[in-house]
Design a protein around this ligand. Structure first.
Ligand SMILES: [Zn+2]
Ligand SMILES: [Zn+2]
Length: 251
């Protein structure tokens, strides 16, 4: 963990030569140790770094992903969200939070491959009809240069173990982000539901579809819930949240 702390602190991975190294020689993205060939092209993380990461516990509420004894939590029973299940790879804690910032703001873009691969291992692509990356407003895509959820979804549907073609399930056309809203992370938790209301427009008929929404971080779940609500209005029967990291909101 010390090595990993140093590398995140020093930000040496944004250095071009390390990036090229990691890309071609398949060194661990976090500690730069050389990977065994069996791990190359897979997560691009060594076993020691993988083991140290804050994995999302199995004893979580299957619907919202928050802490529980493995059964549906009290809050999902008393006020059920519009989505039916949540699958998360990690908890949003150090060093995943630092990795996510590096990925989203462009200094470690190859982490998108790692995240997509790990999400692939966590989810069953065959269990849904469509996989929709959380849409970003065109102005935000222009600002950032890419939609992080879309990039993760591309890897998720391409690298698979079941040898089936899931690329056709990737759907980035059925939903658009029609309202340019302030970033959810910039707002107090209570204002996020209001901020995201009416942000999405669904095109077309999703009758009977089972859908997974892919997002990077799930905090209050307000964006995922609003999108799930819209998808169900358009006919979807089942909506799951597939996320890289689940934050445990502060009350
Ligand atoms: Zn490592
Ligand atoms: Zn719950």
């Amino acid at each position: 963990m010390q090595l990993l702390n140093n590398c995140l602190k020093n930000n040496h991975l944004s250095n071009l030569s390390n990036f090229i190294n990691a890309l071609f020689k398949q060194n661990c993205l976090l500690c730069a140790s050389q990977l065994h060939s069996s791990l190359a092209n897979n997560h691009a993380l060594c076993e020691a770094c993988l083991k140290d990461l804050p994995w999302h516990p199995k004893t979580s509420c299957p619907q919202c992903g928050l802490a529980s004894d493995g059964n549906i939590c009290g809050s999902c029973i008393s006020s059920p969200p519009d989505f039916d299940a949540t699958y998360s790879v990690f908890l949003y804690a150090y060093p995943v939070d630092a990795m996510m910032q590096r990925y989203k703001y462009g200094s470690m873009l190859n982490l998108g491959h790692t995240f997509g691969q790990l999400l692939n291992e966590k989810t069953k692509l065959g269990s849904v009809d469509l996989i929709i990356p959380m849409p970003m407003h065109p102005a935000r895509i222009k600002e950032r240069g890419f939609n992080q959820a879309h990039e993760i979804t591309k890897v998720l549907t391409k690298n698979h173990t079941e040898k089936l073609d899931f690329k056709s399930k990737l759907d980035h056309k059925s939903v658009i982000r029609q309202k340019l809203t302030p970033p959810q992370a910039s707002l107090p938790l209570k204002e996020r539901v209001k901020n995201i209301k009416g942000a999405f427009a669904v095109n077309g008929d999703l009758t009977g579809k089972r859908i997974a929404i892919v997002d990077d971080v799930m905090t209050t779940g307000a964006s995922l819930n609003e999108l799930a609500k819209m998808l169900k209005k358009a006919g979807a029967t089942h909506v799951e949240c597939w996320v890289i990291a689940r934050a445990l909101p502060h009350k």
